[in-house]
Design a protein around this ligand. Structure first.
Ligand code: I6G
Length: 683
């Protein structure tokens, strides 16, 4: 069939579109300065696709339309690396790093300070991409360093990988090495959608990146949120490169590659130690996982003088952060009984140092989680602790399962009071039916009542409550207020002075607020925020206890399940007696008006209708204080991030809430921005 040559106008438009799309890609990935909305980008790509479909002779392999579409492979080919892909030596302490610097000085027979390039070590997959005359040729995995697998089809689908280098003065041949990784927000989104479809979730972003690159069908890789960060050059022919490593990286950036924005130059090894310390503090805020910092001698001449030892360059070192995942053995499972009777399986682990602390217990949450993990007693498990997030078991290494593992059986009776333990229909939890005859539930109810955000009884900690209940000095929260000095002074770790302090704290706690009092009652699913809404809506405990389910459903954030829990609580005579006794003992709070009257002008407040979440730590004020100030401006402060969240405030240490906000494209304010917002409206 004779093909007609495409008209000049189509050729010209295809050229313009490719140029514009490449330009937007460069701005987005290499410069981190997006220039157009995603929808506009897609429109340009579709227009180009249409033109190429009408005039196939216009298609060329570096067109942005040609990232996806190759036929699935049967296997990956093994290809030798023209230049070995090395690994890095590791340092685990400041002393290791100083010793590394001294080794280099000894070898160079010089005392001059050495300049280093500092780069975060992304937790991803190392790859090497070959370009000839600026065109993408192939991409290989590291493999064993000498031979890798050809994953070109998959790597081509990653938008931050240029198919054609920018600029004029390009090397004839150039191998760019870097890390392919999955940003935390993309990882969270991918796992959320896998979980929603009942599919297997990935254990961490690194596994997700590795699994995505290993696909024989590149359309699957294309659907995964992968990115490339370039960190060095392998072979290069036909163009002299700059004489400093950091200048080479800047050149790669101009050619179209993303390089790490946190890269820095350190003038001495002490500056490297400071960089490692600072990056460690920022680790949990970065939008991707890192496992350390790579320090490289910045001068290429010095790198060449220093050379290599076995498989690693002498001139580079990876200073690792404490691992966030470690392997250990699950030795036993015990069951803890919570305030509402839920039996929580707690895994006893062979102690393991992970994320900077020694972990010997982790919660397994419930039966569904045990089934999801497929974990048994005796298994080798991977424990993860990232930032200040509680440690958790993320997977089981089934290949290491010994013959004598045991299934985790939930007890049929409560391990504390012996009452039946039953699975509530429709819930993952198994509950002790003992209610307040169960000492465990009694203790937890008292601990909750006394906690800082409830009645704030200073000095009434877990250990004291344990003894008070075990010695039958206290059966319920009312009994706390009849304790005598000698009852308390006789307890372990207590003396006359601390007993007097506790009695004073009990007296002081009698002056409280309605939201605190409601929260302290420990009604199922009534957290601090719900207690505040209930107090604002009903204005008195009397009105709340009389409210029927319809009235409760009219309160912000209360759905049928919580409404039922609240109703059940107030229909229980024992609970009403406790409330009456507490009021009889002098527990009071300032009278408040119900919401409708009190908040008549609420809609006019500057942040009315805005829902926000506070996460991480703040410096200028506590999170509670920040919450209070946001609420006075009309904002609703919620404990969890959802599609309804308008913005979050993320301080250092913000973890999963920040990640979720990123995945939902919710605005994230720093503490500084929060202060600006508060100041803007303060009178
Ligand atoms: O595995 C690596 C991660 C990061 C590296 C590396 C790197 O630089 C930021 N650099 C080299 C030279 C090597 N591996 C061998």
């Amino acid at each position: 069939m004779i093909q007609q040559a495409p008209p000049a106008a189509a050729r010209q438009r295809a050229f313009e579109l490719r140029h514009d799309i490449d330009e937007h890609n460069y701005r987005y990935y290499a410069l981190d300065e997006p220039s157009i909305p995603d929808a506009e980008y897609d429109r340009l790509l579709n227009e180009l696709r249409d033109i190429e479909q009408q005039h196939p002779s216009l298609i060329d392999s570096s067109s942005p339309t040609q990232r996806v579409g190759a036929a699935p492979l049967d296997a990956f080919n093994s290809v030798p690396h023209e230049k070995r892909m090395l690994s890095l030596d590791n340092a685990f302490s400041d002393d290791d790093l100083t010793a590394f610097d001294q080794r280099l000085k000894d070898r160079l027979k010089s005392d001059e300070t050495i300049e280093y390039a500092c780069e975060p070590k992304l937790d991803g997959i190392a790859i090497s991409i070959l370009y000839e005359n600026g065109q993408f040729v192939r991409a290989l995995t590291r493999g064993d360093g000498s031979t890798g697998e050809d994953i070109s089809q998959n790597v081509r689908t990653i938008k931050s990988v240029p198919l054609k280098l920018r600029g004029e003065n390009l090397p004839e041949r150039l191998e760019v090495r870097g890390e392919i990784y999955m940003p935390s927000a993309g990882f969270a989104k991918l796992n959320q959608s896998a979980a929603a479809k009942g599919e297997k979730v990935f254990v961490n972003p690194r596994n997700a990146a590795a699994g995505s690159l290993r696909q024989l069908d590149s359309r699957i890789t294309a659907s995964r949120p992968l990115e490339l960060c370039a960190y060095s050059v392998g072979i290069h022919q036909g163009l002299a490169l700059p004489s400093k490593h950091t200048d080479i990286l800047h050149l790669l950036n101009r050619w179209g590659f993303k390089i790490n924005p946190n890269m820095a130059v350190a003038q001495s090894i002490n500056d490297c130690i400071a960089y490692h310390q600072q990056l460690g503090e920022k680790r949990d805020e970065l939008p991707y996982d890192i496992d350390g910092v790579v320090f490289k001698v910045n001068s290429i001449d010095l790198q060449e003088t220093l050379g290599f030892v076995s498989r690693a360059p002498r001139w580079a070192i990876a200073y690792k952060f404490p691992a966030q995942e470690e392997m250990t053995q699950l030795q036993d499972v015990e069951f803890q009984v919570g305030r509402t009777g839920t039996l929580t399986p707690v895994a006893r682990l062979k102690p393991v140092f992970v994320g900077g602390v020694t972990v010997s217990n982790v919660t397994l949450h419930n039966k569904d989680e045990i089934d999801r993990l497929g974990v048994q007693i005796g298994d080798t498990v991977i424990v993860r602790r990232a930032g200040d997030v509680i440690p958790q078991i993320v997977s089981v290494i089934k290949e290491r399962r010994p013959d004598d593992t045991r299934e985790i059986e939930f007890p049929a009776t409560c391990p504390v009071c012996g009452s039946p333990a039953v699975r509530v229909p429709g819930e993952a939890a198994i509950r002790c039916e003992g209610g307040l005859i169960c000492p465990a539930q009694r203790k937890e109810a008292i601990i909750h009542f006394a906690s800082r955000k409830a009645m704030n009884i200073d000095g009434l900690g877990d250990k004291i409550v344990d003894q008070l209940v075990d010695k039958s000095l206290v059966k319920n929260v009312v009994d706390l207020f009849s304790l005598l000095q000698q009852d308390i002074a006789g307890l372990d770790r207590m003396g006359e002075k601390s007993a007097a302090n506790l009695l004073n704290a009990l007296e002081a706690a009698k002056q409280t607020t309605l939201p605190r009092f409601i929260y302290s009652l420990g009604i199922r699913e009534v957290g601090e925020a719900t207690a505040r809404n209930l107090a604002a809506h009903f204005g008195s405990i009397q009105a709340l206890s009389n409210a029927d389910e319809d009235a409760l459903l009219a309160v912000d954030d209360i759905g049928p399940i919580v409404a039922r829990f609240i109703r059940d609580f107030f229909t229980e005579q024992n609970n009403l007696d406790i409330i009456a006794s507490l009021q009889g003992l002098g527990i009071t709070w300032p009278e408040s008006e119900p919401q409708n009257a009190a908040l008549e002008n609420a809609a006019e407040l500057p942040l009315a209708g805005q829902t926000c979440v506070l996460t991480g730590s703040l410096e200028a004020m506590t999170r509670d204080e920040a919450g209070e100030r946001l609420r006075t401006l009309g904002a609703k402060v919620s404990g969890s991030v959802s599609k309804k969240t308008d913005f979050i405030v993320a301080g250092p240490g913000a973890g999963s809430k920040r990640t979720k906000a990123e995945s939902l494209s919710i605005e994230i304010l720093s503490e500084e921005q929060l202060l600006e917002l508060l100041n803007q409206y303060s009178t």
